[in-house]
Each structure stands twice: as C-alpha cells, then as structure tokens.
Design a protein around this ligand. Structure first.
Ligand code: 0A1
Ligand code: ZN
Length: 862
C-alpha cells in the first residue's frame, strides 16, 4: 500500500480499528425538517448535544458530505465554525447546547445513491454506512444514538406519500398544493438507520399480531402497477416475524413496519428502523417474471432485513469494524429461517456453494481481511462475503459447539444486556460465553485471522481400530504473515466400506491444535471417512479418499451435505485428473446413476448433487489457472455424463414436465432438475436438445422454466437461440427486472463470442450505468464468466476496466464492486497476469479516482 500514490493527490487516509475513541459529544434528540424537491431540498436540523465524559475541551465535530451549509445557530444565536475537510468543528462553551443548521442538497443529481436521491419519481434515502452526512451535518458514526422527529413537506401531487421511521404523528394539507407529515421514532438509533421516502406509491397493507397481543400495521409500498407482485414478500415478512418470536424470543417493537421498493439501489436492501428500503428485485415476484431462485431470494432478504430489527437495530455496532456483529449474526439467522421454510439440506448446500464461490477466493487473494477488519480506506468496500458469509459461519460454529439451547441462552443474554447499546464483536462473544457457559477464548482468533484454514485428514485402519490424523494450517494473508491454530469443529462419522452402513455415532471433534490423533474402536469393517459433515467449519479439507470411497459416501452417507460433498469431490478429482491427461469419467457416471435413482423422491437435492463444480471452483484447486483448459475439461465431463445417461436425462425432462405451477420445495426441485436435464442433453450433443429447449421456452407458464430454457439455448449454436432471445426481449420489454435477466443470460453464455456480444449489449439502448442492477446484470455477470472474462487476448479485462472507469464518477460503490475479479491475477498464467495487472495499473493512473476504487485497485496490485 505505502508506495502506491494517486497521481493527483495524497493517498486517502487509512482508518484503523485501534484508533477508536469514544465520542466527545452525544446527541440524544434530533429534529429534522425537509422541504423536499428533486432538484433542491432544504434540510433544517436541530440537534440537542450533550458533552460526554470524554469530551472535556473538545469541539463538536459534525461530518458533512460536501453540501452547502447555509446557516448555523447555537442556542438560537448565529455562530461560527471551522472546517476540517468535509467536517465542521464548533467550539462550544457549555455541556449542553442546541445546534441548528440549514443546508441545501440536490437529490436529482445524486448518482452515487448515497444520502437523499431520486429513483424513478421517488425520493428516498440510503444512509448506511456514511450517507447521513450527505443529508445534513451530523456526528455520523454508529455509536451516536438519537431519538428522531422528522417533518417533511412536499408537493402533494408529485409526492402524495411521505414516510419516515417510526409512527406518523401528524400531517396535513398546505396552501399551494403542498402537504406535510411528521414522523417520530421512539427508539434511539444511529444515523445510518435514518430513512425517508416521498413519492407516488401504492401499498399492500396487512397486519401482524405479536405474541404478546400488540397489533402491527404492515405496508409494502411500490409503484401502482407492481402491487400484484408484493404477495410473496408480505407472506415472508409475516413468517419472519413469527419465526423470530418462536426461535429467538424476539418481538417486533413498533406499531408500524413499512417496506418500500426502489429500482435504483446499490445493495440488496436496508434495515432502516421501521422503514426498510429494498432494491425492487428483492420485493417483487410473480410466477411470470420471477424464478424460483428469485422467490427464495425475496424471502431471504425480507427475513434478513426484518431480523436486523434486533440484531443490528436494537443492538447496534460501536464502529464499522464491528460490521459482522450485525451482518454475520443476521445472515446466520436468515439462513436458519430459510432452512426452516424449505429443505434444510438444499439450503445448506446453496450457502456453502456461495461461500466457496465468493468468500474463499476473497480469503485467498489480495483483498483478504479478517471478519473483524483492522483497517479500511472506504467502509463501503467491506460489505463483503467475509464479513457477511464467513461471519455467519463463525456464529454457526459457536452454535454447533455449544448446542442450540446453550447458544440461545447466550443470545438472550446478548440482547438483554446490550439492548439500546452500540457494541463490539467481543461483547457478542462474551455474552455467548457467559450465557452459554462456554470458553471461547481461542475461538476469538476466527474474528482476527484472515484466510481459509486447510485441514488434512487421514484415516489409518488396523484391525477393528482406526486412527484419524488431523492437521490444520493457515496461509499468510496481507498484513498477517504468521497465524495461530484455531478451534475447528468437525462433525465426523465412519461408514463401512462393504455395507455402506454407519459405524457408530457421529462425533463432534474440535481440532484445537496444529495436529491431533483421534482413535476409533470396535469397527466391524474397513471404515470410510465422512468429515466436516453439514460443513460444520468453513475450511478446506484435504483427504486422499479414492473414487470408490467417495462413490460409497455419495450413495450411503446419511448426512445430505456430506453426500453432496462426496460427489462434488469425485467430480473435482475427475476434472483435475483430466487436466493432467488422465481421463476416466466412469466412476462419476456410476455414482451419478445412483444419485439419479432419488430424482423422484428428492428432486431438489438431486439437482444440486448432479451439478459439477464451477469453473472458478476448479480453478481454485490449480497452481496456475488456464481458463480455457478448465472449461474444456469440465465440458468433457459434462458431455460424458450427458451422453452416458442421455436416456435418463430425456426421461427426466419428459417426466418433470410442469403440472400446475406450485411453489412447494418438490415442485421447485422438479423445475430445477428438469432444466439441468436439458443442459446435460445439450452437453451430450443430443439431436433433440434444441427443439426441447424451444418447446420448454414456449410452453412455460413461469420464469424458472422459461429462463432455464433460454440459458441453455444461450450457450448453444442452435437456430432457436436468436429466436428465443428476441422473443424474450419482446415479451418483457419495459420490465426492468426481467430485462436484467436478458442481459445476464447473454453475459453468462459459454459461447466463444460472448465478449463481442457483451460489448454490443453495452451499447444497447436499454443499457445504462445509472442503474446498479443493470450494471451487475451485464458487467458483473460477464466478469464472473471465467471463459469470457479471461479471454486470452485480454480484451475482456480491457472492457471491464473501461466500465469501471466510466462508472466511477457516477457510482463509486458499484464501480468498486467490479474490481475484485482482477485481484485474482496471481492465480493465472503469466500472460494473463500481466494483462490483468496492466488494467489495474491503467485504472490507478487515472486522476481523481474515488476512494472506493482506489482502495480496491491499489490493494489488488499489492
Ligand atoms: N445493511 C444492509 C446492507 C447495505 C449496506 C450498505 C448499503 O448502502 C449502499 C445498503 C445496504 C444489509 O445487510 O442488508
Ligand atoms: Zn444485513
């Protein structure tokens, strides 16, 4: 880092966890008064400020975001201030004062989508992490908890609906076609949870009675035409409210809970107190426009934001280094919720697949950071898979080691002890320790050490006994050259090599040290090792189990995740062997035939199990990645599986033909497996594949079947391909969320001409850098397409780098999210590595880069 300089300026400052100082001033009460207008909004803020114990002699520091300060009064008297970058400093004589500011902001030109901005005809806010300062001058840090009263005034015809946190306490009409509303949130909250929305919105209203009998008015606010697509989100909201009462004993605490869907949003959704604001893709769903995966994502995100009401809002973060305190815990809670709603096994497989696709590469590259980071330049860059998903795995490991009842007692203590406070990850662990009566002293290392541990496991069999030998290691990561062993909870079982029967009970082994030997006795037959069952720890397990043992587990293991894992390992080993010139597809085909026997009983599980590991995942197991070779080897395996079992795939494609559309786990699994069967027919080169795809596309009464067929065609040379793409576009023209699918399906195509197609799509009239969903659909999807992004001539790199540079001045958060694929350059052959670093250097040389992109690019080069 130190030798990297922005050409036009000093490098931006590094914020360090160790430098935390408690606030000098507190702000118990805030009154905000908005004169709302898209071009020019006036914001009057009244803060009652009180000097904190640590504030002797300290000025009041208010963060700003470049807006103009029109006036400032202290206790009613015009006052002076000093500036310090974007902050203002006010010297105050006493210990309690009233600060009044007036400033002007411009929502319509706020393309960063942080602070108050315009989306469609709406005005809405996004304040996490540091957006509130772009609305008004304020100590914008999460350990300042204030009670907010918000008055909004606006043109009634343009903005008939005015929403903010808490309850509406007053409002009415004004002369000149204007109106106003006042809202009050009784709960002290950090500024990042502030929200308001103004616009022409329709509402789906419902009601929830808490278990103590209080009524809560629920509202999902959308554009009028989207109202029919809000039912699934509402059902998920009510299910989440009941679930948190039942499983964690947590009730909702206000009499109103509103959700608003907006089309332009940088992330998924935001848990503002009593007024969640969502990216519309995580609210709107109907069978015609949303896939089964979309339905699950809607329910999962609705639950996630709702659960934040306790894990995040009632108990919040002291500083942004503690982000995983709320995010890791809340992801764990939403994972539990989704597991309870459908198939727990399939949910676990999906969660692990995501962890391996997004978090393991992060942990293994230049952007690796601990779950609780030690420093950052721009906090927006730390809303990562490590903080969210690995953070959730840490919570899961604690729950596994303590058992649910003790873990739950720890959670109860955490919520009770820290209600209304801004706390740290350490406070959480201590509450779990004390409430759950456990010793987690060494477990804390999981919060501070980056990187994915590697565990080696060998099982030696002698007579009726066996010894399991385990080791753990953790590679160096940026800033952390030396690591210590961490407690790793491994669920382990043995299976008989002849009978496939489980030998004895499953054991939970916590590997505390660098190495351990665990004895097993009374084994009637040769044991086969099943380890890290349920993915009990987020580690890479290295074993040398032969194909026959993996096939046995894939047929007989009684832990569904372990069954899945065995077949994945077998497929991975097969692809890796192919890459070394040893092609033997037979064991996979045999195991696959076995698994397909369960297709009728559990189609959802079988659909997960028969998918080969992704190209990216295969690449992660190679010393130097050649994406073309990986693609070819994986395709050879797919072709072999497709060809050897073509009658099975054809049979499944016929048999799973949709009956009436239903959203049950079995129906969803059936649809997924049917499209996978179709793609295996393509892989086999089956003559009827394209006609079947076209028929599926045409006859579909739901988006899952239609997009599944489109995706299969999009990677093919079939004559039906252009027809299907055109028909899809015509049918959904104007429906932004579906047109996103049209873009991403083409960007994910495995055809060799994908880059050319994507460059053309970037010039399509429907493509825009102003909408983050559209950017992710085209550019994000393309950068994840291993074969296309890594095209040997470097033109894929050049294209994405151009897009990053074009987007950075518009929306730096979204631009920065496209940088990490470049950070993997060390993993590729020298030619590609050179091309990738050349693009990173080209970006870095541009004057005036945002802090967001600067941080990601400079760290990626280090
Ligand atoms: N706290 C939200 C994530 C989020 C973070 C930053 C945002 O600003 C652009 C928006 C949302 C969550 O975990 O859902
Ligand atoms: Zn969250």
């Amino acid at each position: 880092m130190a030798d990297v300089q922005r050409p036009d300026a000093a490098p931006p400052p590094i914020i360090r966890r160790a430098d935390y100082v408690p606030p000098a001033w507190r702000v118990p009460e805030v009154a905000l008064d908005f004169m709302l207008d898209a071009d020019e909004t006036w914001v009057r803020a009244t803060l009652s400020v009180v000097r904190a114990d640590s504030g002797a002699g300290m000025p009041l520091a208010l963060d700003g975001g470049g807006q103009k300060l029109v006036s400032l009064r202290v206790d009613g008297v015009p006052a002076t201030w000093r500036t310090d970058g974007d902050r203002i400093l006010i010297d105050l004589p006493g210990n309690a004062h009233r600060i009044e500011t007036e400033c002007v902001i411009h929502p319509a030109t706020n393309t960063q989508l942080m602070g108050l901005y315009a989306s469609g005809g709406l005005l809405c806010t996004q304040c996490e992490a540091e957006g509130f300062r772009r609305i008004t001058f304020f100590p914008d840090r999460p350990d300042i908890l204030s009670r907010y009263t918000v008055r909004m005034e606006a043109d009634r015809a343009t903005y008939p609906v005015l929403l903010a946190n808490g309850d509406r306490i007053n409002g009415g009409d004004l002369p000149g076609g204007r109106h106003w509303a006042q809202w009050r949130d009784p709960f002290p909250k950090p500024s990042y949870l502030f929200a308001l929305v103004a616009g022409d919105l329709a509402v789906n209203r419902d009601r929830f009675i808490t278990r103590s009998g209080r009524g809560v008015d629920l509202g999902i606010w959308v554009r009028e035409g989207d109202l029919p697509r809000t039912g699934h989100a509402m059902a998920a909201l009510k299910a989440s409210m009941a679930w948190d009462e039942r499983v964690y004993g947590r009730e909702y605490d206000l009499s109103v809970f509103n959700i608003v869907a907006v089309a332009d949003f940088n992330f998924g959704a935001m848990e503002n107190k009593g007024l969640n604001i969502f990216n519309s893709r995580y609210i709107l769903a109907d069978p015609e426009t949303a896939t089964d995966a979309d339905y699950d994502a809607v329910a999962g995100v609705v639950a996630h934001e709702y659960f934040h009401n306790w894990s995040g809002n009632r108990v919040t973060c002291r500083d942004w280094f503690q982000l995983s305190l709320k995010e890791g815990f809340t992801v764990f809670r939403d994972q539990q919720f989704s597991a309870d709603q459908g198939s727990a096994a399939v949910k676990r497989i999906e969660d692990v697949r995501l962890l391996r696709a997004a978090q393991f590469p992060e942990d293994g590259g230049p952007l690796a950071h601990p779950v609780r980071p030690d420093s950052y330049i721009e906090i927006s860059n730390f809303y990562t898979a490590t903080v969210y998903n690995k953070g959730a795995e840490l919570i899961r490991m604690m729950a596994t080691m303590l058992g649910w009842d003790r873990f739950r007692r720890g959670c109860d203590l955490y919520f009770d002890r820290h209600d209304g406070q801004a706390v740290t990850c350490e406070d959480f662990v201590r509450a779990i320790e004390e409430g759950g009566e456990a010793d987690l002293s060494r477990f804390r290392l999981w919060y501070s050490q980056a990187g994915t541990p590697r565990v080696t496991a060998t099982l030696d069999h002698h007579g009726t006994a066996a010894t399991l030998r385990l080791t753990q290691s953790l590679a160096a990561t940026p800033g952390q050259p030396v690591k210590q062993p961490m407690p790793i909870p491994l669920r382990v079982a043995l299976f008989g090599a002849e009978t496939g029967r489980r030998l004895g009970e499953e054991r939970l082994i916590v590997l505390e040290d660098a190495a351990a030997e665990i004895p097993f006795e009374g084994l009637a037959e040769r044991p086969v090792l099943s380890i890290n069952r349920g993915f009990s720890a987020p580690v890479i397990v290295e074993t040398t189990r032969p194909a026959a043992d993996l096939a046995l587990l894939s047929a007989h293991d009684d832990d569904p995740f372990a069954r899945y894992e065995a077949l994945q390992q077998l497929m991975l080993d097969t692809i890796l062997a192919d890459l070394q010139g040893r092609i033997d597809h037979a064991p996979v085909i045999a195991a696959m035939r076995d698994v397909l026997g369960d297709a009728a009983r559990d189609p959802a599980f079988v659909a997960e199990a028969v998918l080969p590991p992704s190209e990216a995942f295969v690449g992660d197991h190679l010393p130097a990645i050649d994406p073309e070779a990986v693609h070819a080897a994986r395709e050879r395996l797919r072709a072999a599986i497709g060809g050897a079992l073509v009658d099975d795939w054809r049979g499944l494609h016929d048999r799973l033909k949709a009956g009436a559309y239903e959203l049950t786990p079995a129906a969803k699994g059936g649809r997924r497996l049917r499209t996978i069967a179709l793609s295996y027919m393509f892989a086999a080169g089956a003559a009827d594949a394209a006609a079947r795809a076209w028929a599926q596309f045409e006859a579909a009464d739901n988006m899952t079947d239609r997009q599944g067929a489109l995706a299969a065609l999009a990677s093919s040379d079939a004559a039906e391909r252009p027809r299907a793409l055109a028909a899809f576009y015509d049918r959904y023209r104007g429906d932004a969320l579906v047109i996103d699918k049209w873009f991403s399906t083409q960007a994910l195509s495995t055809r060799p001409d994908t880059l050319r197609a994507v460059i053309a799509l970037a010039a399509h009239p429907d493509f825009t850098l102003a909408n983050p969903n559209r950017v992710r659909a085209l550019i994000g999807a393309f950068a994840a397409n291993q074969r296309a992004f890594h095209q040997a001539d470097g033109q894929g790199y050049r294209f994405v780098a151009d897009m990053i540079l074009a987007l950075d001045p518009i929306n730096p958060q979204t631009a920065a999210r496209m940088v990490p694929p470049f950070g993997r350059w060390r993993r590729f052959d020298p030619d590609r590595a050179t091309l990738m670093t050349a693009e990173l250097n080209r970006i870095l040389a541009v004057p005036g880069l945002s802090r967001d992109v600067f941080e990601q690019v400079s760290k990626s080069l280090a």
